[in-house]
Design a protein around this ligand. Structure first.
Ligand code: ADP
Ligand code: ADP
Ligand code: MG
Length: 457
């Protein structure tokens, strides 16, 4: 196995990776920015290297400094976590060229799947259902109009390089098409430095269902079931669960089969996620593939009993998968709530502060992934996700009750978080009945905020 690896990330995912490394007896090199000197991942790693100033572009995205740190500390591999350089093919290529293993798929595969319009073409070639729309990127407004008329409104404009729900616009009326196109393009240019766009039909009120895969370098590809990530705000996930209530064994094997085909078509290796939207009739459509570990991987770990980070290292070390598809059994139900340092009463505005007091939930079936500790001052420079509370129970209803109990135990003093908002969601009849689709939060926001107001009085 690898002897020493560098973690090109920060926060809870860096801590998560360190935990597995310790269990696998792999030494860890943390990287940090000057703003992160006191971060938990720095304290927990075997050693740590400062790679630049606070601004992510100069530190956590600074490929040269990160590679230099890896070479100077004698690392065999780099785990990129999620966000930052995790889906950057140039970085993956530079790692390979420096003789360091990038823990993820090959650079060419990241390229092929990172462009969402190209990825769709790849899926079509393997008969994986995709959302009807343009056959690749569209730049000409006239052509865009023509395709929109053909597929019919409402439509969704999407950035080929998109991520994190950005560079996306819903269009309900033909008059809105071109203005929305310009808006989305500008946003994509600002966020991703690439304004290539494509168009697809807007599936009304779908569920977001994604399949976790593991693919080794010996041609074995398996899926680990699905996650329902329909509870989203502005196309960003807030609560995830596994399995998805709407998916029975038949649909799971069908979608799972397509997922594995999709991964094989792309020559995929390592852990990855194939995302679909599922409509109310049980039709599903590929939307994108994420070529990295995801925030919500923990719910899959709870129901499968597997350590996905460990599998990532094993695969990257050219080892064959130990489990076959038949060995994968989904046990019980798991739910994850993201705890973001955002104030729901102020439009989810991010906030920072010094953590005065912390109490994390514990007891049966509860897991907390976080990099918070008492006395730590949170940073305004990075993502607002502060913790993930994950629960596991035999049934969905028991998991909901367990999550409520866990959130009641949770205390984070010093910052305002979404924990109370998550708690209220765990009591919403529509969520409990399993009826919440991707529009749920948008439609119910006012009601939930008023509820929140009441509970604070
Ligand atoms: P997705 O919804 O695309 O599957 P996740 O919810 O798993 O992604 O998010 C992965 C992490 O990466 C999150 O912390 C998110 O804020 C971050 N992220 C996603 N896309 C981008 C991006 N383009 N730039 C910076 N961070 C991103
Ligand atoms: P990102 O790369 O930002 O994660 P995705 O393509 O995964 O973008 O889409 C993010 C979310 O937007 C999905 O989880 C889903 O809620 C919604 N979405 C994406 N495509 C469609 C579609 N064709 N119809 C309806 N909703 C969609
Ligand atoms: Mg996505």
């Amino acid at each position: 196995m690898f002897r020493r690896i560098l973690i090109a990330n920060r926060g809870e995912i860096a801590v998560r990776i360190i935990r597995t490394c310790r269990e696998m007896n792999i030494e860890t090199v943390a990287i940090y920015s000057t703003a992160d000197r006191d971060s938990l991942h720095v304290k927990l790693a075997t050693q740590a290297v400062c790679v630049g100033p606070a601004k992510a572009a100069d530190s956590y995205l600074n490929m040269k400094n990160i590679l230099t740190a890896a070479l100077e500390t004698g690392c065999d591999a780099i785990h990129p976590g999620f966000g930052f350089l995790s889906e950057n093919s140039e970085f993956a290529r530079l790692c390979e060229q420096s003789g360091i293993v990038f823990v993820g798929p090959k650079a060419d595969v990241i390229d092929a799947l990172g462009n969402k319009a190209t990825a769709k073409k790849l899926m079509i070639a393997r008969n994986v259902p995709v959302v009807p729309g343009s056959k690749g990127a569209v730049s000409d407004p006239q052509e865009l109009k023509k395709i929109a008329d053909e597929i019919g409104y409402p439509v969704l404009l999407k950035a080929s390089a998109g991520g994190g729900g950005r560079g996306m616009r819903r269009v309900f009326e033909p008059e809105q098409l071109i203005p929305s196109f310009e808006e989305a393009k500008a946003e994509a240019r600002a966020c991703f430095g690439n304004d290539e766009m494509y168009i697809e039909k807007l599936i009304l009120n779908p569920r977001h269902v994604e399949f976790q895969i593991l693919a080794d370098e010996h041609g074995n590809v398996i899926h680990l079931g699905e996650r329902d990530c329909s509870i989203q705000r502005k196309n960003q996930k807030l609560i995830e669960e596994s399995p998805c209530m709407l998916i029975d064994d038949d649909l799971r094997s069908k979608m799972g089969h397509d997922t594995v085909e999709a991964a094989k078509a792309a020559g995929y290796t390592n852990a990855g996620t194939v995302e679909f939207v599922l409509d109310s009739q049980g039709n599903y459509y590929f939307i994108e593939m994420n070529t990295r570990i995801q925030v919500e991987h923990a719910v899959t770990e709870m129901v499968t009993g597997m350590d996905l980070i460990k599998e990532q290292f094993r695969i990257a070390f050219h080892q064959p998968l130990k489990v076959t598809q038949e060995d994968v059994v989904l046990n019980g139900h798991a739910i994850e709530c993201r705890i973001n340092a955002e104030d729901p009463a102020k439009g989810f505005q991010p906030n920072t502060g010094k953590i005065q007091f912390l109490n994390f939930p514990g007891g049966p079936g509860v897991r907390v992934d976080t990099a918070l500790y008492e006395g730590y001052t949170t940073s305004p420079f990075y993502d607002s996700m502060m913790a993930k509370v994950i629960v596991h129970a035999p049934t969905r209803l028991e998991a909901i009750r367990r999550m409520r109990r866990a959130l009641e135990e949770l205390v984070i003093d010093g910052i305002t978080t979404t924990a109370d908002f998550d708690y209220l969601l765990m009591h919403h009849p529509e969520y409990i009945k399993g009826k919440a689709n991707v529009s749920f939060i948008e439609e119910r926001m006012q009601e939930i905020l008023e509820w929140d107001q009441l509970s604070n009085e």
